[in-house]
Design a protein around this ligand. Structure first.
Ligand code: HEM
Ligand code: HEM
Length: 184
């Protein structure tokens, strides 16, 4: 079970810190950091690594039968933390221009974060142990069945959005590195 909102608060604090650094860079360079220059590029790469971790680590832990490292609730908290901080860094990387495929990738990123919040809401409706297993709880049988159905419907939407996001992100990264970095 996810208890409290600790991961949301932590992500918020990190968001404020990153915003502070971003504002300092704008202040000293007197311009919006370009996506292809040192600062803008670095936050794009670092944010993308966090997003890749979000996409893979929780699923790996969830599907590993032998794994005993770390509680599922902690992994989900980490998933949510990196799933918020990564997209935020990538948003700052965009230099507030959203043309073409890079713009589409940003849109997918925003959609998956919103979808994540919806999933978190449904997930926390179902009573669970700290390892994420469903348990008898306060929900009536009918309400539990409905929450389970919603959760599986949500998975069938959320997972393809994630895949579309990473396909367009990889094409963007390949094209950006080729045209904006190596050909320079
Ligand atoms: C999901 C992750 C990412 C998103 C959503 C994203 C989004 C964007 C956006 C919106 C732009 C501005 C496009 C424009 O000028 O209209 C941009 C530019 C750029 N991105 Fe990304 N980006 C991501 C990851 C990365 C990564 C990991 C790299 C590098 C390895 C990268 C390299 C670049 C470069 C070099 C540019 C500048 C292109 C140019 O000046 O023409 N991006 N990105
Ligand atoms: C880069 C952003 C994100 C990506 C790529 C992503 C990707 C995924 C994937 C692939 C799964 C399926 C895990 C599985 O069942 O194997 C998942 C589940 C989930 N995600 Fe995210 N997610 C992101 C952000 C978020 C955010 C911001 C939240 C919450 C605010 C969130 C909450 C959840 C929840 C509650 C689940 C369901 C856990 C379960 O059923 O076991 N995600 N996410």
């Amino acid at each position: 079970m996810l208890r409290g909102n600790r991961e949301l608060w932590l992500a918020f604090v990190f968001g404020i810190l990153i915003t502070g650094i971003y504002i300092a860079v704008v202040f000293f360079t007197r311009e919006i950091p370009a996506a292809s220059e040192l600062f803008g590029h670095s936050i794009g790469i670092f944010g993308f690594i966090l997003m890749l971790m979000t996409e893979t680590l929780y699923s790996l832990r969830k599907r590993s039968r032998s794994a005993s490292w770390g509680r599922m609730s902690t992994w989900l908290q980490f998933h949510i933390f990196t799933g918020l901080v990564g997209p935020y860094m990538v948003l700052l990387h965009s230099s507030w221009k959203f043309n073409g495929l890079a713009g589409v990738t940003t849109l997918f990123t925003i959609v998956i974060v919103i979808s994540g919040f919806i999933g978190r809401y449904i997930y926390t409706r179902i009573p669970r142990t700290l390892d994420g297993l469903e348990i008898e709880g306060t929900l009536s049988e009918a309400a539990l069945r409905q929450a389970r159905r919603l959760m599986s419907l949500w998975h069938t939407i959320h997972i393809p959005i994630g895949m579309a996001l990473f396909i367009s992100a990889f094409v963007h990264v390949g094209a950006a590195l080729y045209y904006a970095t190596f050909l320079k």
